[in-house]
Design a protein around this ligand. Structure first.
Ligand SMILES: Cc1cc2nc3c(=O)[nH]c(=O)nc-3n(C[C@H](O)[C@H](O)[C@H](O)COP(=O)(O)O)c2cc1C
Length: 338
């Protein structure tokens, strides 16, 4: 289909709209990802966090991949924050997740055709693009600085997600904002660029395309959706209730990580300033407290600054085509039909 918002990115991936739902681990996004992909965007399955049993977490990830594939027949992605080992390769924990993903694809040709994108973040280990390509997957990598985009493209990445400091969750240490970062990255590389951070509607998509991006990726906006039943309703309500200035950045093992300013965030900040860092296991536990138990004061609520402009729960199937229509109208392109 010659779509009014067809870009190098939509053509590369075989999707209708240049709209991505990004990974939001350690929370399950299997059903949300399926809804986004089914609506013509690209959904992303996220990695579960683990406080110890990595094999169980890998099985959980596989379950989510299989669940997503059952709910849609469209392409989708999996996000793995890869880190890297001291020798430069994939970190041990990430290798367990990657092996599980590859095993799931090797055992099921239909699933392999759908799960065609590996999205990496939080590190760029040697050989990761080649590994994805050898398995017949596209590889996109999330960066917060132009030099990291250049490095990833030189190593073979097929697309770059350029994410700015306003984003929810773990944000780039470089501190760059999308409005500056995305044109810098788009000028520097020749593969498709996906703008991530701060987008909530067709205005953001139109602006992103004007800045040189080929697509947008959203986290916070998609989390507050009726198609995200796996998250505790209090978490979604916290997103809807957040106003300007209600978010802040955590440091330490989190650093920097954008969260709602609440009791848990204050306690983590105090502990960090006293030199008693929160461990990564404690971090996962605090995140689960909010997302699974619904304790949005005592648990950590990751969200982006864009929450300040979000006041309703969306239905993904209606939202995605409407967002594309709004962007096409703003860009003066022919109407989007579906
Ligand atoms: C609750 C939550 C969890 C996240 N977890 C991850 C993750 O596991 N891996 C990752 O690469 N990014 C993660 N992110 C960042 C998102 O993938 C995305 O970059 C970000 O939400 C985009 O900015 P926005 O929130 O303004 O849309 C998370 C964001 C949120 C809000």
């Amino acid at each position: 289909m010659n779509h009014p918002l067809s870009t190098a990115y939509t053509r590369l991936l075989g999707i209708d709209y240049p709209i991505v739902q990004e990974g939001m681990g350690p929370f399950s996004t299997a059903r949300l990802a399926a809804a986004v992909s089914q609506a013509g965007g690209l959904g992303t399955v996220s990695v579960p966090g683990t406080t110890g049993d990595l094999a169980a977490a890998a099985r959980e990830l596989r379950g989510d991949i299989e669940r997503c594939a059952e709910l849609t027949d469209r392409p989708f992605a999996v996000n793995i924050p890869v880190g890297h080992s001291s020798s430069g390769g994939v970190a041990a924990f990430a290798k367990v997740y990657i092996d599980e993903v590859l095993d799931a694809r090797r055992g099921d040709a239909a699933l392999a055709r759908q799960l065609r994108v590996l999205t990496t973040s939080a590190g760029f280990p040697d050989g990761i693009s080649a590994l994805a390509h050898d398995e017949g997957m596209l590889h996109q990598h999330k960066v917060g600085a132009t030099r990291h985009a250049l490095k990833a493209v030189r190593a073979g990445a097929d697309a770059i997600i350029a994410s700015g400091l306003e984003m929810g969750g773990h944000a780039p240490a470089s501190g760059m904002h999308t409005f500056v970062l995305v044109p810098n990255v788009a000028d520097a590389i020749s593969v498709p660029v996906v703008l991530s951070g701060g987008v909530r509607d067709g205005r953001g998509l139109a602006a992103a395309l004007c800045l040189g991006a080929d697509a947008v990726a959203l986290g916070t906006r998609f989390a507050a959706s009726t198609d995200n039943p796996d998250w505790h309703p209090n978490y979604c309500k916290a997103i809807l209730g957040a106003g300007e200035g209600d978010d802040g950045l955590l440091d330490g093992v989190f650093g920097p990580c954008r969260v709602l300013r609440n009791d848990a965030a204050a306690a983590v900040t105090t502990a960090t300033s006293r030199g008693s860092a929160t461990s990564s296991h404690e971090k996962i536990t605090l995140m689960r407290k909010a997302q699974i138990d619904g304790d949005v004061d005592g648990g950590l609520v990751l969200l982006g600054q864009v929450a300040s402009g979000i006041s309703d729960l969306i239905s993904v199937g209606e939202f995605i085509p409407a967002m594309a229509r709004e962007a096409a109208r703003l860009l003066g392109r022919a109407g989007v039909t579906s």
